[in-house]
Design a protein around this ligand. Structure first.
Ligand SMILES: Cc1cc2nc3c(=O)[nH]c(=O)nc-3n(C[C@H](O)[C@H](O)[C@H](O)COP(=O)(O)OP(=O)(O)OC[C@H]3O[C@@H](n4cnc5c(N)ncnc54)[C@H](O)[C@@H]3O)c2cc1C
Length: 408
């Protein structure tokens, strides 16, 4: 049977649009189809922080930031009464995902890529010589390679991982107006205070253009937390900051953390972005999706040129790239900070808060001004300093909590 396309990409979020852009750079534009189940602009729950190495990825993919955005050059970390603000070496642009994703799709269309909106993929079948996808419009399409850029609820991920069972990270967010009485805070706030209440993650408040803020909470799956509980934590955390979360409108989403050994491809099929795994420490993944896409686009181009459709080296190629090294390091840090049951998190949070260098490293990680995975010596030095200063730092942490909550 004849092939309809060389490559079909499922999903037109940042991951899918970026793979399409990379394939256009390799000269495949006319033989690529992107299938997206929704029409653009479509809603996407997200903090909208273009963190990490997103600027480098967009430049490499020849994509531009052409939507309204807030360039935040301050990051603030809070825990109880402790607050520290760090100036980032370069600003993090905060966007509305509805606008950002739409603009990426328009850009790849302008490059000659076919994007079918409102057509979801229902089923995938891989045979020796092709992949067949069945769509929600009843079409049956055949291609040489299938790229799953279909986000956290990925059908491609399910096909690759079959019966694997792990708990997802959970993120809830909402965009809201700032009260007129309140001045605009230009910093990106990461508030770890909810960890006292069993959240393994943080609450964020990110500024947006037009006196608006993007607020949310990220929870690592050490403990199961219901959506209602997470929204209540968001509400009470914002109340401490003098912000009132509207009664309705917070939207949540699951996301799967990156694992360096988890399969992300099978013959003729590979995944990028959320379908392959987000950053375990921050729950962020826009940059991850775009960086994955560069590696994926190159792997697909090579497969089409050589005829080797095994993608057996793809997981390692991701792992060796800057994105994989950063993800592996963040996974390790996330396990230290979030996976300890009981009060074990305190000694790692006090490292983040009180070490003179770790917050700067965190800010560099958020803004992508440095590759944190290349700073291992700096990290080890911080760990050594921490071991020597642990009793004093734990006292400071307890004090920051008691000042805020009168906890013992
Ligand atoms: C509340 C929240 C806040 C976040 N904040 C941040 C942040 O501030 N910064 C950051 O970097 N990351 C953040 N993230 C993570 C970020 O949103 C994702 O990592 C990012 O969207 C991943 O891009 P993607 O292209 O892989 O997936 P998505 O953006 O989810 O795109 C996947 C696309 O595939 C489509 N699709 C799915 N299934 C099918 C199908 N069967 N057929 C056709 N199409 C399909 C979907 O409709 C969607 O358009 C946040 C996530 C959440 C939930």
């Amino acid at each position: 049977m004849q092939l309809n396309y060389s490559v079909i990409i499922i999903g037109a979020g940042p991951g899918g649009a970026s793979v399409a852009a990379r394939l256009e750079q390799h000269g495949h534009a006319g033989r690529v189809l992107v299938l997206e189940r929704y029409g653009f602009p479509r809603p996407k729950p997200c903090g909208g922080g273009l963190t990490g190495h997103v600027n480098e990825a967009m430049a490499e993919l020849d994509l531009t930031l052409s939507v309204p955005h807030w360039p935040a050059d301050l990051a603030r970390v809070r825990f109880g009464s402790f607050v520290r603000t760090v100036r980032m070496a370069r600003p993090v642009n905060i966007v509305r995902r509805e606008e950002f994703d739409h603009s990426l799709v328009e850009q790849v269309r302008a490059k000659g890529i076919e994007v079918a909106e409102g057509e979801g993929v229902k089923a995938i079948e891989v045979t020796g010589d092709a992949v067949t996808v069945t769509t929600s419009l009843g079409r049956t399409l055949r291609c040489s390679v299938l790229v799953g850029a279909d986000g956290a609820a990925s059908v491609t991920r399910k096909y690759i991982l079959a019966n694997a069972r792990t708990l997802p990270h959970r993120l809830f967010k909402m965009e809201m107006a700032l009260p007129q009485s309140r001045s605009i805070d230009p910093a990106m706030l990461y508030d770890f205070t909810p960890m006292v209440h069993g959240i393994r993650g943080y609450l964020w408040v990110f500024p947006l253009p037009g006196r608006r803020v993007n607020v949310g909470v990220m929870h690592y799956p050490t403990y199961r937390k219901s959506g209602i509980e997470l929204v209540e934590r968001l509400r009470s955390g914002l109340a401490e900051l003098g912000l009132s979360l509207p009664a309705r409108g917070a939207r949540g989403w699951p996301a799967w953390g990156y694992h360096p050994r988890a399969p992300i491809s099978r013959p003729r099929v590979l995944t990028v972005g959320d379908a392959a795994g987000i950053d375990g420490l921050t729950g962020e993944g826009i940059s991850v999706a775009m960086e994955h896409a560069v590696v994926a686009g190159d792997a697909v181009d090579q497969a089409l040129r050589t005829g080797d459709m095994s993608f057996s080296g793809y997981r390692q190629a991701i792992r060796r790239a800057v994105v994989g090294r950063e993800l592996a390091l963040d996974r390790w840090l996330a396990r230290l900070l979030y996976e300890k049951r009981g009060q074990g998190w305190r000694k790692w949070l006090s490292l983040v808060l009180y070490d003179p260098d770790v917050l700067d490293m965190y800010a560099a990680r958020v803004s992508g001004s440095e590759i944190l995975a290349d700073q291992k010596l700096r990290l080890y030095r911080a760990l050594l300093r921490h071991i020597c200063s642990l009793p004093g730092r734990n006292r400071s942490l307890r004090q920051a909590m008691t000042e805020m909550y009168s906890l013992t």
